[in-house]
Design a protein around this ligand. Structure first.
Ligand code: TPP
Ligand code: MG
Length: 349
């Protein structure tokens, strides 16, 4: 006797009623919280400017990708995480994420100059910084690889039932990598606790997102995996923090992964060598003039009655901390040559 047709052969009507996260609201920060956002964002900017200078002077070897322009993303999102439980992973543009996680600028700068006191003992450099104590899992040079690794972190959170959430950052260019979609599939299937953060800074190395992406509204990229996405003003730290709150509520409720597309912009070249032929100076200048994330926080502070003069001590303190990190990074010794053979393989023999 013929069986009734398999359910999978029935034609489903278009789905319109899938559960979605709430529309995020701009975070309502207290004066103290806003001042802290300002401090962290300015620290990243000044740190990156100094790193650029040290690179020019030949103190930093290898690749170096600066985060200037994108400060609101790491600061806004990471301020919502639970530093005890949650984990973070990103690509090679990683200095800002480490600073936003409260990691000592001296250890980061010393890593950039390849010194033994660097956070990866001078052997990782700009692209491969780690702090497992802070649950910061790098720093990865292979575009998109951190998405699969981050999915593994989320699996570990679920498997160990430790209540943690993984946050995996990647770029608009990385969003076209195949392993991203393999990861999306597994993450939704297993309802893993992960926030996928696409830092859409409009460009990969030298190609704009519109030229390289068939669907350039990247927050939609999870749709066929049933992963909801939210597009966020990544130049507004309060919007970033507000989006993080909604994303965390979704993930912590056991609803599986979520995507945040952060619309942001990098002011500097892709890395330290960049012919800059793919965009005009006017475009960059307009972004600096009209959308700068640090100026945006200053305006919010003004509304709360904080004056330029009151910000001066914060600026001076940051200048001091950044200079100190640079002095440290120049003077502290390089690793012993024997260190070439340590930390290469995991295991005891
Ligand atoms: C698998 C792989 N392919 C290519 C590269 C070379 N590469 C390094 S960065 C980059 C562009 C990535 O752009 P995006 O993901 O937008 O990140 P952004 O640099 O803008 O932060 C490319 C193609 C690489 N490192 N790894
Ligand atoms: Mg990009």
């Amino acid at each position: 006797m013929a069986k009734s047709p398999a359910k999978s052969l029935s034609v489903e009507p278009p789905v319109t009623n899938r559960e979605r996260p709430n529309e995020p609201k701009r975070f309502e920060a207290s004066k103290e919280q806003l001042l802290e956002f300002y401090r962290q964002m300015l620290l990243i900017r000044r740190f990156e400017e100094k790193a650029g200078q040290l690179y020019g002077l030949g103190f930093i070897g290898g690749f170096c990708h600066l985060y200037i322009g994108q400060e609101a993303v790491a600061v806004g999102l990471q301020s919502a995480l639970d530093g005890e439980k949650d984990s973070v992973i990103t690509g090679y543009r990683d200095h800002g994420h480490m600073l936003a996680y409260g990691i000592d600028p001296k250890e980061i700068m010393a890593e950039l100059t390849g010194r033994a006191a660097g956070i990866s003992r001078g052997k990782g450099g700009s692209m491969h910084m780690f702090s497992t104590e802070k649950k910061f899992y790098g720093g990865h040079g292979i575009v998109g690889a951190q998405v699969s690794l981050g999915t593994g972190l989320a699996f570990a959170h679920k498997y160990n039932e430790d209540g943690g959430v993984a946050m995996a950052y990647f770029g608009d260019g990385a969003a076209n990598q195949g392993q991203v979609y393999e990861s999306f599939n597994m993450a939704e299937l297993w309802k893993l606790p992960i926030i996928y953060v696409i830092e859409n800074n409009q460009y990969a190395m030298g190609t704009s997102v519109n030229r390289s992406s068939a669907e350039d509204q990247l927050y939609k990229r999870g749709e066929s995996f049933r992963i909801p996405g939210i597009q966020v003003d990544g130049m507004d730290v309060l919007a970033c923090r507000g989006a993080a709150e909604e994303a965390l509520a979704w993930v912590r409720a056991g609803k599986g992964p979520i995507i945040l597309e952060m619309k942001t912009y990098r002011y500097r070249g892709h890395s330290m060598s960049d012919p800059a032929k793919y965009r005009s100076r006017d475009e960059v200048q307009a972004m600096r003039d009209n959308s700068d994330p640090i100026e945006g926080v200053k305006k919010e502070l003004e509304k709360l009655g904080v004056t330029e003069d009151q910000l001066k001590p914060i600026e001076q303190e940051i200048r001091r901390a950044v200079n100190e990190s640079a002095d440290f990074a120049e003077q502290t010794p390089e690793p012993d040559p024997a260190e070439l053979y340590t930390d290469v393989l995991v295991g005891t023999y």
